[in-house]
Design a protein around this ligand. Structure first.
Ligand SMILES: [Zn+2]
Length: 48
């Protein structure tokens, strides 16, 4: 039941912080392009 397990994992609450690697601005987790500098170099961190 690996599919079920992955679904369970997905609904567990977790905090995702996304940050632009170029200028350091914190952006929404689903942001692909930094609104501040236009960089596509976004990194995401999952915080338990
Ligand atoms: Zn930026």
């Amino acid at each position: 039941m690996s599919l079920f397990a992955s679904l369970v994992t997905r609904v567990e609450p977790e905090t995702v912080v996304a940050e632009c690697r170029r200028c350091g601005t914190t952006v929404d987790a689903d942001t692909a392009v930094c609104a501040t500098c236009g960089s596509e170099d976004i990194v995401e961190y999952s915080i338990d």
